[in-house]
Design a protein around this ligand. Structure first.
Ligand code: HEC
Length: 336
């Protein structure tokens, strides 16, 4: 096919009368050289290629996106939906953390280590006692649900019962208390104002030792409360008694005294009055700080009552006197 030649025009068409509403054949073939015709054929070939490529790209994208969205087959938690769900869960945990720090930490400790209120971050308790349903009941009914104490210091939290928190906030609190050590949230450190990472308390893999004491329904039962009548004394240590010191537990769950002094090398007596009705307390003496070695532990008993503790002679130094049940109750004992 010669490039310059015009496409052949059938001769009989030239002579036939031009039909109405149609262009003359010269116009229909105008400029359509063999070269252009070849180009058009060529071009439509490459646009087919382009379309094919486009379809291939879109197909590939759909396949990749499907895996991204739905997750890899057999790999749990790899889907975008799961990731979004987990992110939302962590947001709930974070809100719960903030609610806990604002409302509960002053009594239960910032890490749930206990204080005026009982410890919450204990693994045995988290496993068997502090279930979501139990937590919901406690927060809805209030402290009397825990040990049946109508005068419990722990109030009602759910707004369905006149408390300050709505059902969503209760859910968030439960999510935080139940959060595991695998749940990492970013929160602002109240002291420094910096963002810090915090993990939940619960170890999901925790199993109690086979001989572990089961967690009692009422936390107070975990402390052996002996039924010794008020005023009975443990046998006095030999070697003569020193001074008698008066220590009292007062509302709200605190020692009235923050410090006292004793004489080194002489046994002494503590008369301890527990004025917190129904709340177990004692006086124990630890070396240096509340976490130091225990040198004396008085009997734990619920208020209202009094015990006389005979404390053996102590070496000169600084000690902490604490309540074994309530880590927030601590004072300083100076022996010299
Ligand atoms: C005024 C101090 C105080 C505050 C604030 C407080 N609690 Fe308590 N909480 C207690 C005391 C005291 C007990 C034990 C009550 C009893 O036995 O009667 C308790 C018991 C509990 C228990 C039961 C523990 C167990 O071993 O069964 C849970 C759970 C609990 N509190 C959660 C919370 C949460 C969550 C908040 C914050 C919304 C909170 N508490 C705020 C004082 C407090």
């Amino acid at each position: 096919m010669s490039d310059e030649k015009q496409l052949p025009v059938p001769s009989e068409k030239v002579s036939t009368p031009v039909p109405r509403l149609s262009s003359p054949s010269q116009i229909q073939t105008h400029g359509l050289t063999a070269e252009r015709a070849a180009k058009i054929v060529n071009q439509s070939g490459s646009s087919r290629m382009a379309a094919l490529l486009g379809i291939a790209i879109v197909t590939l994208f759909v396949i990749v996106y499907a895996f991204y969205d739905q997750g890899l087959p057999g790999v749990t938690g790899s889907s975008r939906l799961d990731a979004a769900k987990h992110e939302q869960y962590l947001e709930t945990v974070k809100r719960g953390y903030n609610l806990f720090e604002a409302n509960c930490a002053r009594c239960h400790g910032a890490q749930g280590q206990g204080g005026i209120g009982p410890v919450l971050n204990d693994q045995g308790k988290l496993l068997a006692h502090l279930t979501p349903q139990y937590l919901k009941n406690v927060l809805t009914v209030g402290g009397r649900y825990i040990c049946g104490d109508a005068n419990s210091l722990m109030g009602v939290w759910a707004d369905t019962n006149g408390g300050p928190l709505n059902y969503r906030e209760i859910e968030e609190l439960i999510a935080w208390i139940r959060a595991t050590t695998d749940d990492v949230i970013e929160v602002r450190d109240p002291a420094t104002g910096e963002m810090v990472e915090v993990t939940g308390w619960r170890d999901a893999a925790y199993t109690p030792a086979p001989d572990a004491t089961p967690v009692p329904a009422c936390w107070k039962d975990a402390f052996a409360v002996s039924p010794t009548p008020t005023g009975s004394a443990t046998p006095a240590p030999t070697g003569g008694m020193g001074e008698t010191y008066q220590i009292s537990a007062v509302n709200p769950v605190a020692f009235e005294q923050s410090a006292f002094e004793a004489v080194a090398g002489v046994p002494f007596t503590i008369v301890f009055s527990n004025n917190n009705a129904g709340v177990p307390h004692n006086v124990a003496i630890h070396v240096g700080t509340p976490t130091g070695a225990e040198v004396f532990k008085g009997e734990i008993f619920p208020g209202i009552g009094t015990r006389t503790y005979n404390v053996p002679a102590l070496d000169a130094g600084t000690y902490a006197f604490i309540c074994t049940v309530h880590p927030n109750m601590a004072g300083t004992l100076t022996v010299k």
